[in-house]
Design a protein around this ligand. Structure first.
Ligand SMILES: Nc1ncnc2c1ncn2[C@@H]1O[C@H](COP(=O)(O)OP(=O)(O)O)[C@@H](O)[C@H]1O
Ligand SMILES: [Mg+2]
Length: 238
């Protein structure tokens, strides 16, 4: 239901070995909204996504997913709660065809609405249709990103995490990706997106978090974000 809370992070701390990378991170993500994570390189954006996913366990704090509160995530549960992940670098299977990349991801969780299938993903990304038999390794960067998003949609996620979603892509391809994210949002999927393009993010996201050295220094809506040019200059250099 729109407005329900899908994810809550409460006082999350995270480490890689001795290095303390997230400091008391709090965040709330409501169903059907789009949230952006902003910040310079190395600030903790990807780590925050890993915590949301359950790929990394916090050293303290709690995560609540769809009302289920936990301080650790059992690995076998990660696939069960409806999260789609489009990692930085896309990580498609280079030796599988486009078709195979999409089919291996197809998953229908019990209780999930069976909305996304091959046909619908190809309608969203018509360019992939003529590439179905090509190997992942032979795709352009833009096609790989489309495939990575399409693969995440094949899992019929409730929430989609997009890391550096337009990084390294040509301007026209970026436009296509933003249009797709818009369509996915309209479809009702909750989105957490990382990108450098503040004006695009301000247009598409409902809420924004700026992370500086693992601490959230801003949490607000697009109007508030854009009304703070000094904040953008200081923390993002834009
Ligand atoms: N696997 C890892 N092992 C050790 N340190 C890591 C690892 N991944 C990230 N870090 C460090 O954690 C900090 C946050 O990284 P990350 O969340 O990837 O930042 P961002 O996504 O904002 O660029 C950085 O200082 C980075 O060097
Ligand atoms: Mg990152």
């Amino acid at each position: 239901m729109i407005g329900d809370t899908v994810i809550t992070l409460d006082a999350i701390n995270a480490h890689y070995g001795a290095s303390h990378v997230l400091h008391d991170v709090d965040l709330v993500i409501k169903s059907g909204t789009c949230v952006s994570l902003l910040g310079r390189n190395g600030m903790g954006k990807t780590t925050t996504l890993k915590i949301i996913m359950g790929l990394l366990n916090p050293t303290s704090g709690t995560i609540t997913r769809k009302g289920m509160r936990a301080s650790r995530t059992e690995p076998h549960l990660i696939g069960k709660w409806g999260v789609g992940y489009v990692p930085e670098g896309r990580e498609i299977f280079p030796n599988l065809s486009v078709h195979e990349n999409l089919l291996v991801a197809a998953r229908f969780r019990s209780g999930a609405t069976r909305k996304w299938d091959l046909e619908r993903v190809l309608t969203l990304f018509p360019k992939l249709t003529s590439r179905l038999s090509h190997l992942g390794a032979h795709l352009s960067g833009g096609e790989q990103q489309m495939l990575s998003i399409g693969r995440a949609l094949m899992t019929n996620p409730d929430i989609l995490l997009l890391d550096e979603v337009t990084e390294g892509l040509a301007p026209l391809i970026r436009e296509e990706i933003w249009a797709v994210i818009e369509a996915i949002k309209v479809d009702g999927i909750t989105i957490v997106v990382i990108d450098k393009d503040v004006s695009r993010l301000a247009a598409i996201a409902d809420n924004h978090l700026i992370i500086v050295k693992g601490t959230i220094v801003f949490d607000g809506d697009s109007a508030t974000l854009l009304a703070n040019p000094k904040l953008l200059q200081r923390h993002l250099g834009v």
